[in-house]
Structures are given as C-alpha cells and as structure tokens.
Design a protein around this ligand. Structure first.
Ligand code: GLU
Length: 294
C-alpha cells in the first residue's frame, strides 16, 4: 500500500509496436485490481528506447486503450523525465552503488562508456501474488548496465525510479518480466526505494503453445487486428479476462462492471493461457446479442 493505504498500479507499455494483446490483458488486470480496491491506475509510456519508440505506436496504444474503455488517473512519458533519472544516476555514482565503466565496442574497436550497478551478489526472495515465493541468486547477473550514459538511462533504472516516485504499490505484469524483478529489486535497494508487491501474469500462448510473438504470428498479436475485424471492445475485454483467470463458476460472459466485482487475483493461474480466436468469436456473438437487447 502507499502511505495513504491506496492501491496504485501502472501500465507501462513501450511504444515499439502496436498494442499487443498481452499488453492489453496486463492493462485489464491492472485496471480491475485498481478499480476493485478504489485505487489509482497510472499510464506510463516507457519510451527510453529512442531507436525503436515512435509517436505512431504511442498513438495506436492510446487509441486502443481508450477504445477498450480504460481511463487513467495519471499519465507520464519517460522521455520527458530524463532530468529525474540523471539526478538519481549521479547520486548512485557518488554513493558507490553504480560506476562508469569503459568498455570495448566490438565492431568499431572503440571504447565506449556505460553505467553499471555494483551488484552486491546476494540471494533475493520475493512474494509473488500468483507464483508464491520466488528466489534468485543475483551473482549470475554480474554488474547490470543501467544506463548507456548519464543522459541515456535504460529500462530497469527508469522503471524502478518511476515506480518509487509514482508510489506504485503493485507491479502487475507479464511473466516474461519475472527475470527482470531481481535486477529491479537490486536497483530499488541501491536507491533506498520500498519494494512493491509483484504479480506476474501467465503468458498468452498460440494454439501450438508457443509464445505469441509478432515475428511468428504477425499482425494477429496486435489488438487493432481484432478491432478492424469488427470485434466489440466489450467482447475483447471479456475474452482477455478469461486468459489466465476464471471465476470458479460457469459464468463466461461478463461486462467490465461485472469483472470489476468478480475478478480475483488469487484465482489467476500460473500456467500459460491459450488464445483461441474461435472462443473470442463466441464471446463476441454473446455481447453482440446483448447489445441488441438493450
Ligand atoms: N515497458 C515494459 C513492457 O512494455 C514494461 C514492463 C513493466 O511492466 O515493468 O513490457
């Protein structure tokens, strides 16, 4: 909880592609958790990767999240917060928690500088709301690169600083981030930030149980693919909720308000959830019929 006891969650998409259905599901679970706890839902654009982030992708993400019916209490763009990260980096270097490292750049035979966290090489354990106790030995991680230069901080650092400054109480995100968590806990400890509660959601898989990826599955991983097919936003919300969660009853058709009441993080399972277009079409027919009744 934050100092005031309020739940504060964040959705932190990187605008390096169109809104992925996995990211939309993460947004939904964060939103449901915030709403059912009377908490705050923050949208933060993680655009520190200057080469891959674009305004067009950011717009697509904002449009799709709005179309789905989400609204956010606060909005940030990491590219506008460089001074904050610079300040922390300097402090970390001054206190000996981080250092500038001169390194060979292989291709050019040149020397470049990066900033690394001084790894205390320790065991880290954290409680995950979905996965229970998770343990890591950080010795294997070496001294993590946290910035390319003082003005170019990288994801782990910016994410930890922002989560701390924004008072994030619960980090709810995909399981693909679980190996990032020990790195981020080391950074939290270095800057004296408190640890949020973690919940790592199961991956969304294709029917052959492979991870849904743009490289392998093309445009069908983007939410706009379904939007353009005429699937209703309430159908997508409903179907996404069933990817990794079930109510423990026979009910399968839910409105967003019903989900806010029924969703329970304790019922989110660990195993991957298979994305089934036929089931989505079935859910869509149900919502289409409901919309005609009204
Ligand atoms: N920018 C990261 C992503 O899009 C966010 C990860 C996180 O939630 O910390 O996957």
């Amino acid at each position: 909880m934050s100092d005031s006891g309020t739940v504060v969650v964040r959705m932190a998409p990187s605008p390096t592609g169109k809104l992925h259905i996995g990211t939309a599901r993460t947004a939904l679970f964060n939103y449901l958790y915030a709403k059912q706890n009377g908490g705050k839902f923050i949208l933060r654009i993680d655009d520190t990767d200057k080469e891959r982030s674009t305004k067009e992708f950011e717009q697509n993400i904002l449009d799709d999240l709005t179309w789905l019916g989400f609204s956010w209490d606060e909005f940030y763009r990491q590219s506008e917060r460089t001074d904050i990260y610079l300040d922390h980096l300097k402090k970390m270097i001054d206190s000996g928690h981080a250092y500038v490292s001169k390194e060979e750049v292989k291709e050019e035979g040149d020397r470049a500088e990066v900033i690394r966290l001084k790894n205390p090489n320790k065991k880290i354990a954290f409680d995950d709301l979905i996965r229970g106790q998770v343990e890591f030995d950080t010795t294997e991680l070496g001294d993590i690169v946290i910035a390319k230069s003082l003005e170019e901080p990288l994801y782990h650092l910016t994410s930890v600083i922002d989560d701390a400054l924004m008072g994030i109480t619960h980090v709810i995100r995909g399981e693909d981030h679980i190996s990032n968590t020990p790195r981020q806990i080391l950074i939290q400890e270095a800057i004296g930030a408190s640890r949020p509660i973690y919940a790592h959601l199961p991956l969304i898989l294709a029917s052959d149980r492979s991870k849904l990826s743009k490289r392998k599955h093309g445009e069908s991983v983007a939410l706009s693919y379904y939007r353009e097919q005429g699937i209703l936003p309430q159908s997508i919300i409903n179907y996404l909720a069933l990817l990794g969660w079930n109510p423990g009853t026979d009910q399968e058709v839910f409105t967003l308000d019903e989900l806010i009441k029924t969703f329970d993080m304790k019922r989110v399972h660990k195993g991957g959830a298979i994305f089934d277009e036929k089931k989505l079409a079935w859910v869509n027919r149900k919502h289409y019929n409901l919309s005609k009744v009204k």
